[in-house]
Write a protein that binds this ligand. Structure first.
Ligand code: ADP
Length: 268
C-alpha cells in the first residue's frame, strides 16, 4: 500500500473504528480499494485512536487533508475530533462485511466487550440484529481474562484449545464465576489444553444463543478480533451447523464500512 498508487482524481475516504479494546482505521480509494490500514491495541479513552491514525498516515503516505470525508464508528465514535460525522457500528459492520464477502447474509461480530449478530438483505442493508453488550461472557473480554489466568496470550487460545481431545465444560455463564471454575480446574490438575477448549466453547455457546435469535442464514461471516480465534470459530461452526467464513481483515470490518459510507457521502 503506497500513496504512489493514488492519482489526482481518486477519491480517498477514511473510516475510524474506536472500540472498547482496539482502535482501527482504514483508508479506501474510490469506494472499493483498501489503500491503508492501522490497528492499535488500545481503544476509547486512550491515545489509541490518535496513534492508529498516525500509523496509517506514516505507513500509507496519505495525510488527513487528502481524505474527501472521514467517518468514525464504534463505541468511542463520539469522542473523535478528526471525523466529519459518525455512524453506528451495526451499519458499518454490515457494509464492511459486504466488501469482504459479497454474498454475506449473516455477520457475527465478537469484539472486546460486546457481540452482535446482523442479518443483511440482498441489497446489503441491515435487516435485523441481536446484541450482547451487557455481559462480558461471550466477548473478547472473557477470553482476555481467561488467557491471563492461564498465562497464555489471546493469540494462542485458538490453536491450543483445538489440540484438546477431552473438552472441559465451563458451566458458569458469569465471567467472575467462570474464572473461579477455571482456577479450580487448574488446581485439580486438569490438562490446560482441555480447559482452553472449554473456554473457547463457552464463548461460542453464548454467541450461538445470540445467533439463533436472528438465524444463521448462509453465508455466515465472523468479524471482530475474536474471529482470529480458530477454537471459537470451529466451536461455533459445530453448534450452528453452518460453515463460517473469516477474512484476514476481520478486525477492520467496521472501519472498512465507515470508509465506504464516507465515500457515498463524498460523492453526493
Ligand atoms: P473492539 O472493536 O470492541 O475494541 P475488537 O474487535 O478489536 O474489539 O476485538 C478485541 C478482542 O479480540 C480482544 O479482546 C481479544 O480477545 C481478541 N483478539 C484480538 N486479537 C486476537 C488474535 N490475534 N487472536 C485471537 N483473539 C484476538
Amino acid at each position: 500500500m503506497s500513496s504512489q498508487n493514488i492519482i489526482k482524481n481518486d477519491v480517498l475516504t477514511l473510516g475510524i473504528d474506536i472500540g472498547s479494546t482496539t482502535s482501527k482505521c482504514v483508508a479506501v480509494k474510490n469506494g472499493g480499494q483498501i489503500v491503508g490500514k492501522a490497528l492499535i491495541q488500545n481503544g476509547i479513552g486512550t491515545t489509541g485512536p490518535q496513534r492508529a491514525l498516525q500509523q496509517l498516515f506514516d505507513s500509507s503516505g496519505i495525510s488527513l487533508p487528502d481524505f474527501a470525508y472521514v467517518i468514525a464508528t464504534g463505541y468511542g465514535r463520539f469522542t473523535c475530533d478528526t471525523a466529519n460525522s459518525e455512524m453506528s457500528e451495526l451499519s458499518c459492520h454490515a457494509k464492511g462485511a459486504r466488501l469482504l464477502f459479497a454474498d454475506v447474509s449473516t455477520v457475527i461480530d465478537i469484539g472486546g466487550q460486546d457481540a452482535k449478530v446482523m442479518r443483511i438483505d440482498s441489497g446489503g442493508v441491515l435487516e435485523n440484529f441481536a446484541m450482547n453488550d451487557k455481559c462480558a461472557a461471550g466477548t473478547g473480554r472473557f477470553l482476555d481474562v481467561m488467557a491471563r489466568i492461564l498465562e497464555l496470550s489471546v493469540e494462542d487460545l485458538g490453536e491450543t484449545g483445538n489440540q484438546s481431545t477431552s473438552v472441559v465444560e465451563i458451566s458458569s455463564t458469569c465471567t467472575v464465576f467462570a474464572e473461579t471454575e477455571v482456577i479450580s480446574q487448574l488446581a485439580r490438575g486438569t490438562n490446560r489444553i482441555d480447559v482452553v477448549a472449554g473456554i473457547n466453547k463457552s464463548v461460542a455457546s453464548r454467541v450461538s444463543g445470540l445467533v439463533k435469535r436472528v438465524g444463521a442464514v448462509p453465508l455466515v461471516v465472523l468479524t471482530g478480533g475474536v474471529a482470529q480465534n480458530i477454537g471459537v470459530r470451529s466451536a461455533l461452526e459445530t453448534q450452528l451447523g453452518v460453515p463460517i467464513h473469516i477474512s484476514p481483515l476481520s478486525q477492520y470490518t467496521g472501519a472498512i464500512g465507515a470508509a465506504l459510507f464516507a465515500y457515498e457521502i463524498a460523492c453526493r
